[in-house]
Design a protein around this ligand. Structure first.
Ligand code: ADP
Ligand code: MG
Length: 557
């Protein structure tokens, strides 16, 4: 084909593909516009994951009738005027791409009113074309209604996840912006159900409470650090409050929500030695810097930013979090329960009663030999002797494998042992967790969980799988919902659930075990189908053969 400049309709669609990845991207662009327009109240509504309907109403500045059509032109913006402005952006938007991009892939209605006009204006667009404009009444502000997103883009539609998953992305997005703007009153309604509501009174802790629950909010610690290149403020969890993934780390740079491994690392460094392996803090951190210190124009959806002085930002955050943690009693002593994992070895405990545990496995290739337990090392590894040398067994990985096999076996035979709770447990879910729970409730029931709604994003847990009887149920449920919400893992659901339950229900590294417990663990391990690797594929044991030992000690060559 000869080279030619693409027609504007094609260009618009290509651009829309970059800016609008999924329904939550539309919501993001619309609420950024509302915030840029100075709104103090933003109401969001979505239906069927945002594919059928997204509606955002604000009480911001509004758009003049004379500029309404222009707002839907590519690169039309009121936020920057020249090249200098690009160097010091203080608004969330600046590329002038959102409205034309949304209009290119959906049906759009806009109703808007400014403070200076007698009547508001209304416009209706389909596939980027203006089909109707008229005068209509509205109090000051703007309402954008987006319908039938991607209707004419079957390829994009196909890539969207279930409505529940898309809802959970929207719920998470609004939660993040509510955290970034505590002085703005947000409300979110998903499929006609109220999902989130904040007061807009400016109190960050109250927003945390609305999203993560009041108990968690009360325990969060205040961070404040004024000197240095970056001002840091916000709330962080004490070391006794942790989560199994990084979904609870929120960072806002000059009030822009960013996902940044750099900022996560800076925060987590400060918790070093205070959390167990696989645990992550909860944090809501605002970083404010001079606009010249960052480049926000590095990503079409503005999801990433670049710092001019990365290292200085890193240190400011780490220092701010460390100082807050140092003020809390548990952290200042780098308390005992947490130190076992920081690589500190304790002298092994020998078990005197050395009776062998008998292997019962029938599987020829993977079979575990007859093992005689010698003791526990660093409260983490079991030392055992077999006919051909020494075995070091990771107690957490071993137990994880045992539970994983048992959970899946009970589930596939429809024989899940259930344990009713005499004292039902109440759990408060975030808007995003609630969406995930709604999507996975039946599946969780198959695994033995009875979870009932209790109003206001509270749920009552009445029964759990018997295999989880000893575990921390609230932690298990939140880890489970997190793992189901994350899209990285394409496993079938049952494997994902079993993996998450096994991982969080298993004995931890650093936990001291009695002789009987160790023997029982080894016995059960011998009964599993794959006793040498945990469900994540990590090895469960290290074997030093008699031959290797003899070689190492120079007994043979
Ligand atoms: P950008 O936000 O990058 O300027 P958009 O395409 O998102 O580009 O919006 C184009 C323009 O329309 C904005 O610059 C702003 O002037 C106007 N606008 C969009 N949404 C709103 C709103 N909710 N309230 C007031 N003005 C708005
Ligand atoms: Mg915008």
């Amino acid at each position: 084909m000869p080279i030619k400049v693409l027609e504007s309709e094609v260009v618009a669609k290509i651009a829309a593909g970059e800016v609008i990845e999924r329904p939550a991207s539309v919501v993001k662009e619309l609420i950024e516009n509302s915030l840029d327009a100075g709104a103090t109240q933003i109401a969001v509504e979505a239906q069927s994951g945002g594919v059928e309907l997204i509606k955002v109403s604000d009480n911001g500045a509004g758009i003049l009738a004379s500029e309404l059509e222009l707002a839907f032109h590519r690169y039309a913006t009121s936020k920057i005027g020249n090249l200098d402005d690009l160097e010091k952006i203080s608004s969330l938007g600046f590329r002038g791409e959102a409205l034309p991009s949304i209009a290119a892939v959906a049906e759009v209605e806009i109703l808007t009113q400014t403070s200076s006009q007698t009547v508001g204006s209304y416009m209706y667009l389909r596939k980027g074309e203006v089909l109707r404009t008229e005068s209509r009444a509205r109090p000051q502000g703007t309402t954008m209604t987006v319908r039938r997103l991607f209707r004419y883009f079957p390829a994009r539609l196909k890539f969207l996840k279930s409505a529940n998953t898309e809802n959970s992305h929207i719920a998470n997005l609004i939660s993040q912006y509510a955290l970034a703007f505590p002085e703005v009153k947000f409300s979110l309604v998903l499929d006609k159900r109220p999902s989130l509501r904040t007061t807009g009174n400016g109190d960050l802790r109250e927003v945390v409470s609305a999203i993560y629950g009041s108990e968690l909010a009360q325990r969060m610690l205040k961070v404040k650090q004024k000197d240095g290149l970056a001002k840091v403020s916000g709330l962080i969890s004490p070391p006794t409050l942790a989560r199994s993934n990084r979904n609870y780390l929120s960072f806002f740079v000059n009030r822009r929500w960013v996902r940044s491994p750099l900022l996560s690392r800076a925060t987590e460094e400060a918790y070093h030695g205070l959390l167990m392996d696989g645990q992550h803090p909860i944090a809501v951190i605002n970083i404010s810097l001079l606009a010249q210190e960052l480049d926000v124009n590095v990503h079409p959806a503005k999801a990433q930013i670049k710092f001019c002085h990365e290292q200085a930002v890193f240190s400011s955050i780490q220092k701010a979090v460390e100082e807050t943690l140092a003020k809390t009693p548990i952290a200042s002593s780098k308390a005992m329960p947490f130190s076992v994992n920081s690589g500190q070895w304790q002298s092994p405990r020998m078990i005197m009663d050395n009776e062998p545990v008998f292997a019962v496995s029938q599987l020829p290739t993977l079979e575990l030999p007859l093992l005689r337990v010698l003791g526990q090392l660093a409260n983490t590894y079991i030392i055992a002797e077999g006919p051909d040398g020494l075995y070091l067994i990771d107690q957490h990985a071993a137990h994880e494998r045992i539970l994983y096999d048992q959970i899946l076996a009970q589930w596939s035979q429809r024989e899940v042992e259930v344990q009713g709770l005499l004292q039902p447990i109440t759990i408060e879910l975030s808007p995003r967790e609630e969406e995930t729970l709604r999507a996975s409730k039946e599946f969780l029931a198959e695994f033995g969980f009875t979870i009932e709604p209790f109003g206001n994003r509270s749920y009552v847990i009445r029964a759990i799988p018997a295999l989880m009887a000893k575990a921390n149920i609230i932690e298990i449920i939140s880890a489970l919902l997190d793992s189901l919400a994350s899209k990285q893992n394409p496993n079938p659901w049952e494997e994902k659930i079993a993996q998450s339950l096994a991982c969080h229900g298993a004995i931890r590294a650093g936990q001291q075990l009695g002789n009987e417990e160790i023997r029982e663990l080894i016995k059960q391990l011998e009964e599993t189908k794959q006793p040498r690797a945990c469900p994540h594929g990590r090895p469960i044991m290290i074997h030093l053969s008699s031959h290797q030992l003899e070689k190492e000690f120079g007994r043979i060559n």
